[in-house]
Ligand binder design. Structure first.
Ligand SMILES: Cc1cc2nc3c(=O)[nH]c(=O)nc-3n(C[C@H](O)[C@H](O)[C@H](O)COP(=O)(O)O)c2cc1C
Length: 246
């Protein structure tokens, strides 16, 4: 049924199509991060340099990482949230070209994701919708009004997990950032990149006694709509629920 669509996607990814990318035409690159209003009240996160390091046995981590779907009702600390954001999208360097190097690999260092967070329980933060500003390592409040939890719930299917977790991560791809560089291969690289990000979340959660469940089965139209994304140039590709272990 979907074979024709998949065939078109495969054709779009053929390397010869990539000879006409905007990068090769020397057009100006897209910004490495979605802009935000200059007068926004940002919430700085604890500096990654001062986060506690965790002693882990690598092989134990490989063996014991698993999906956790039940969470305690405990809150995360701001430091713990900062740790998870650093491990998933932390910016290690901004190159003179404006390209960011992060804690996760990304095709062509495009790093085309914006991280949206529904924060239910993090000490010191009002519940609501936020965006992680990876370059500033800070949070941008988007909607901390009443009713945001209910609105966003239309994006998810397994509502018990959404209800119980402390934080829901939602990674939205900004297609332009990847398309600029890779043309027809952009879409597949976005989905590959997303896997690295969520894998780091799983691993980071394990080290701090938290559980994580990757969510690929969300309601695209509703979730994009509730996040204010157009679904074409920016759209959610992956999500994850996180909470402290019971
Ligand atoms: C791409 C992807 C999408 C997933 N989507 C969901 C999902 O929508 N809902 C869910 O409960 N689990 C989801 N999972 C979690 C898998 O069900 C889980 O990884 C799998 O059962 C293997 O279990 P493990 O992670 O404990 O090894 C997803 C995992 C991946 C990698």
């Amino acid at each position: 049924m979907y074979k024709d669509i998949f065939k078109s996607l495969r054709e779009a990814a053929l390397v010869k199509n990539n000879q006409n990318t905007r990068r090769l035409r020397n057009e100006p690159p897209p910004e490495p991060q979605k802009p935000y209003p200059k007068d926004s009240q940002l919430i700085p996160l604890p500096e990654p340099d001062f986060l506690e390091d965790k002693e882990v046995s690598f092989l134990e981590l490989m063996e014991l990482r698993s999906t956790i779907r039940l969470y305690s009702d405990k809150s995360l600390t701001l430091k713990e949230l900062s740790y998870l954001l650093w491990c998933t999208q932390g910016v290690k360097a901004v190159l003179p070209s404006g390209v960011t190097k992060r804690t996760v690999p990304s095709a062509g260092a495009r790093n085309a994701f914006e991280t949206y967070l529904y924060i239910d329980r993090v000490d010191g933060l009002t519940s609501g919708l936020y965006r992680f500003l990876a370059i500033e390592h800070a949070l941008l409040p988007i909607d901390i009004g009443d009713g945001v939890k209910k609105r966003l719930s239309s994006g998810f299917n397994k509502l018990n997990m959404y209800d119980e977790c402390a934080v829901t991560f939602m990674w939205a791809a900004v297609l332009d950032r990847m398309d600029y560089y890779f043309g027809g291969r952009a879409l597949q690289y976005l989905y590959l990149d997303a896997g690295h990000v969520c894998q780091n979340l799983y691993l980071a959660c394990y080290t701090v006694d938290m559980g994580c469940c990757a969510i690929g089965h969300f309601n695209d139209i509703e979730l994009n709509h509730e996040l204010g994304l157009d679904g074409e140039n920016e759209f959610v590709v992956y999500a994850a629920h996180v909470g402290k272990n019971r």
